[in-house]
Write a protein that binds this ligand. Structure first.
Ligand code: ATP
Ligand code: MG
Length: 376
């Protein structure tokens, strides 16, 4: 076990890294963040910030020398960076697990190889790949960049095969995956922690609403049946075990109108849909990340209150900061801001959690607060 007083490394300085840093510091660990941005949300609160690129071997060697264990908040860290660090100190998740989740084609093939349903898909690397599927792909479909996509960026909806040719060219003819668009009933996600001995602990399943491809809200408990919930949990656990994963991770699922549970993607880190755990679970997903990294047993993941989380994007900022008093004057509403200096449309600036006796009440209050913040 790595105990308080030790130093933990975090690759990536975004909001997920920041909330990890807070959790680790609360427990008495030191945190060193490596991120190329001198103003990163995690870097500005860490005990030390190494301002360097993710492939800077001098900085990585220093990080490895200073840290008892290292983790990441960001799946697009080069797997070679993790491999470099693995040769020098403890690193979770492994470079191998990370590599399986970085590219959407590799990720989907891996999930499918475990016997878990994914949306029907075809790798698209050239026009010839599009020619080859033109008579047997079901539309509508979504063309997605295979690498570096997040928050719905690098995606195009395609109604016809002609659209696919155009969208592929617009995406720079980079490696893509064409996915059949699932007739969505609901979207859910599960966050879990898997320890070095393979023990898995699941947080309660979260129900998510996306707007323009970006997560808008999360509700827990979800309205999904117990049977489908259990299917999703079992699939997520199978994926975690298949990756030999150590740490906190999430799996996003589609629930189709036909009642199928379909895996969308893996996040090898805590997840935006798990932010409700900060205020509505006995242990947060970030404390869980610290625990898994340090070889501690899992904390208690039980839900302590029904909850609705709403994301605060830069869109809510307008000319001035939102009028936080509309939120902070409510005793069961919890505000989390990430310390980002510049608000931009679509940029995740913070979130808030609304606790209530049931999800209906929580949702109503959350929506009222969100409307008010947007209005003024
Ligand atoms: P994030 O970083 O928020 O996870 P992302 O860029 O990785 O986003 P996806 O998870 O692939 O994007 O897609 C974002 C959202 O777009 C999904 O949550 C879902 O609402 C919708 N979507 C994506 N693919 C499909 C699909 N095959 N069928 C139906 N809806 C889809
Ligand atoms: Mg997603």
């Amino acid at each position: 076990m790595i105990l308080p007083g030790a130093t933990l490394g975090m690759l990536g300085g975004g909001q997920l890294g920041r909330m990890f840093t807070t959790a680790a510091q609360t427990m008495g660990y030191n945190v060193i963040v490596l991120d190329p941005d001198s103003n990163s949300p995690a870097g500005i609160i860490a005990d030390q910030h190494l301002c360097a690129k993710y492939d800077d071997e001098v900085a990585l060697s220093k990080l490895a020398d200073l840290c008892d264990a290292i983790t990441t908040e960001f799946e697009n860290i080069p797997a070679s960076t993790l491999a470099f660090l693995e040769a020098r100190t403890i690193v979770h998740p492994s470079s191998k697990a990370l590599a399986s989740t970085q590219n959407r084609i590799i990720e989907k093939e891996f999930i499918a190889s475990l016997g878990i349903a994914v949306a029907p898909f075809a790798p698209i690397r050239t026009h010839t790949d599009i020619d080859a599927i033109k008579d047997n792909f079901t539309f509508p479909a979504i063309l997605k960049l295979a690498n570096f996509g997040y928050d719905g960026k690098g995606q195009a909806v395609c109604q016809t095969i002609e659209d696919v040719y155009h969208a592929f060219d617009r995406l720079g003819a980079a490696e893509c995956v064409l996915e059949q668009r699932i007739n969505l009933d609901k979207e859910i996600s599960t966050v879990l922690a898997r320890s070095q001995d393979g023990t898995i602990t699941n947080f309660p399943v979260a129900e998510n609403i996306h707007v323009n491809g970006i997560l808008h809200s999360t509700t827990v408990p979800s309205s999904v049946s117990e049977a489908l919930t259990d299917q999703a949990l079992e699939m997520a656990d199978t994926i975690a075990a298949g990756l030999n994963y150590v740490g906190t991770m999430a799996v996003e699922f589609f629930i189709s109108k036909e009642g199928d549970v379909i895996a969308n993607e893996i996040a090898p880190r805590p997840h935006n849909s798990g932010h409700y755990t900060l205020d509505a679970c006995a242990t947060s997903q970030f404390e869980q990340q610290v625990r898994m990294l340090c070889g501690l047993p899992s904390g208690n993941c039980n839900l302590t209150s029904p909850v609705v989380m709403i994301n605060l994007l830069g869109d809510v900022w307008g000319k001035t900061s939102p009028h936080w008093q509309h939120l902070l004057d409510k005793p069961n509403v919890k505000l989390h801001l990430y310390g980002k200096k510049e608000a931009r449309v679509g940029r995740k600036m913070g979130h808030f959690n609304v606790l209530a006796d049931n999800t209906k009440e929580a949702a109503e209050l959350a929506q009222a607060i969100f409307n008010q913040l947007q209005a003024d």
